[in-house]
Design a protein around this ligand. Sequence first.
Ligand SMILES: NC(=O)c1ccc[n+]([C@@H]2O[C@H](COP(=O)([O-])OP(=O)(O)OC[C@H]3O[C@@H](n4cnc5c(N)ncnc54)[C@H](OP(=O)(O)O)[C@@H]3O)[C@@H](O)[C@H]2O)c1
Length: 352
Amino acid sequence: MRHTRILVTHYGGPDALRVIEEDCPEPKHGEVRVKVLAAGVALPDVMAREGIHPETPEVPFTPGWDLVGRVDQLGEGVTGFEPGQMVAALPIHGAYAEFVCLPHQELIPVPPGLDAAEAVSLGLNYITAYQMLHHSAGVKAGQRALIHGAAGGVGTALLQLGHLAGLEMYGTCSSRGAQAVSDLGGIPIDYQTQDFVKEILRLTGKGVDLVLDPIGGGHLWQSRKALCPGGKVVGYGLISSIRGEGLASSRPGRRQRFRGTALFALYILGGWLLPGRKRVVPYSIQTLKRLKPDLFRQAWITLLGLLQQGKIKPLIARRFPLAEARQAQELLERGGVVGKVVLMMNESPRTS
Ligand SMILES: NC(=O)c1ccc[n+]([C@@H]2O[C@H](COP(=O)([O-])OP(=O)(O)OC[C@H]3O[C@@H](n4cnc5c(N)ncnc54)[C@H](OP(=O)(O)O)[C@@H]3O)[C@@H](O)[C@H]2O)c1
């Protein structure tokens, strides 16, 4: 049986993405072959293609952090799964494919009846949002939070989960995302025309308890200025390294997995040493998955339950066929996307 898979052939712009046809992978001992139904497209995929994400594999590689699919074939020694059963996984790379083989311990059962695109959005984005709110920050109802990039994939997840947690929320976004931010219960602040520190101090008086910052670099320090004493910045991304500084480049890049991390460490240290009880802490979903797999698994199961109960509803910005992975990444790079971009695969199995 043949299948389609996306390959990053070199580090660089969207032209690094190739669609290939090859034999389906065979599950090894302990593995399950999954027929992928939906794979998330996220900025970390774009950063890995450019060679600048800490999780960038050696080329050639298949991108794709998270997937939802159906169990297709069990490898030797695997029990507890049925062919056809819907499952989710966060392999970190490899999800842009029609079929993937994964260790059975990686699979999370998905309750029947859920939309595959909505369920896959829970992987990278909602687990990140959930863990940052409840573990990194330990939020309490009534606290104030500033969410940067609030109209994006993680941002909209933070707004929905922050609303459930009873937070008062402010969200930076461009004018394109302002309506979505208000609809999700946040007070929008236009990052392109307003100074968010001044705006937060004007609106709250003494600052917020929590800032969630995916921008990184010097922006983390600005975020710290928006805190009230005892507050915390959770830094979790480096959008600053891909906007303005030539992501979506047409030049061939190289693997620089730790670009930006030294600066991050400096801000964390500064947060500890400077007066004002204002801390900067990092969050990384891949570290959580590796070091605390049970917590990671539990977060995804909790989120699937919230989706099933209708308490959260991921915003799907656009669904693309697998073969249009390049267009999907280009859309994300251009910006202005509200919610999650998802690659969708055909349900019907191939016969040849
Ligand atoms: N550490 C972790 O475990 C983890 C997990 C998941 C994601 N991440 C990181 O989180 C970041 C966001 O990912 P995502 O998938 O949510 O991306 P996304 O869907 O593209 O959203 C990013 C959002 O940020 C906005 N934005 C850009 N520059 C901004 C600025 N200076 N101030 C405020 N908002 C700004 C964009 O708005 P416009 O497009 O309208 O300009 C966009 O809505 C990425 O850096 C990713 O690597 C980290």
